[in-house]
Design a protein around this ligand. Sequence first.
Ligand code: SF4
Length: 426
Amino acid sequence: MTIVEDAKAGIITDEMKVVAKQEGVTEDFIRRGIAAGHIVINISPYRDVKLCGIGSGLTTKVNCSIGTSTDIVDIDMEVEKAKAGERAGADTLMELSTGGDFTEIRRRVIEATSLSVGSVPLYQAFIEAARKDGAVVHMKEDDLFRITAEQAKLGTNFMAIHTGINLLTLKRLQRQGRHGGLCSRGGAFMVAWMLHNDRDNPLYTEFDYLCEILKEHEVTLSTGNGMRAGAVHDATDRAQIQELIINTELGDRAHDKGIQVIIEGPGHVPVDEIQTNVTLMKRVSGNKPFYMLGPIVTDIAPGYDDRVSAIGAALSSAAGADFICYVTSAEHLALPNPEEVYEGVMSSRIAAHVGDMIKLKKRDADLAMGHARRDLDWEAQYNLAMNPEKARKIRTERMPADADACTMCGDYCALKIVNKFLTPRN
Ligand code: SF4
């Protein structure tokens, strides 16, 4: 039985117990959430992973994506990036290589991490076709399904699969046009294949077969957002919404078959459309876990897209998104390096927490930090900090003459001046 079937049968598994403890909720809350399709726990029969629950009523989780490109294939660096993401506190890792030996890269990355690992199997299917037959449009349908199974057997826990691009979605896209084109690599490959071959998307037409594979290997389906906007001016357009509706229908079908489902959301969304996107997705999907890709909230800050996406991620989480894909400062410019991966995950973790302060009213750590700052208790401040090492390093590199204060105000430390006159509130 899959975890969904267990949950529907009233069985509380060890994974549900672990996640209930992490989140401070009852085991039955998790079981009911999985049974209803509101919560997922990524697992695999092929490897044990650091468990985390994603979905309604749980803290917002952060994904770190890594992977080679056609220009930069350095497996050691990808392993380093996987470790940097995990060290920075990512909850999941997606291995999205498009260059080099796919199986070897995934095997090395999976070996190097305890996090659940996601993939986009169609990358491999299309790119291997391009290598062998000269173009992605020569991809053979069977390869999509064969590679999905092969990646699952390597211990991949969740897969972004572009199920919602069908002929209707494609027509909508062609009719309306786009300011920023298509930014999804998987979406672009599939659209090119459909147009060249005058065929519908096999992941849509053969969805039941796809589900058999996912179920057999207990892979969580993340319905890919191949039509997502690549520019804020295209956000929430007809093609994106068409794909969302199809994906949520397919998501229901998959969940009915005992498969865990996440619905992937957009990646470029202006601030005033974030709540709309989250509400719409949650409403039409029946409250399935919502995976927001960033989102980027302005297109004019390349070099700072980790921060730009953190603004979008915080608002998305506050609005009800459950899962955030980080963005690095190298986005739109280059393949990120390990430092950029680390900082990107930190930015998204901050955003997820800011969202949880609203969504779950999770503010205990902020209250404790307020007290520690007031009391000039530096060790407590470091321990409460999201990145204790960085906080300690900055202060100790520039220590003041008076060790109680810091060099920001030094002798005129406002807290030292007034603390003796104010009664502390705890
Ligand atoms: S010196 Fe200024 S910034 Fe530093 S702890 Fe005191 S009040 Fe805060």
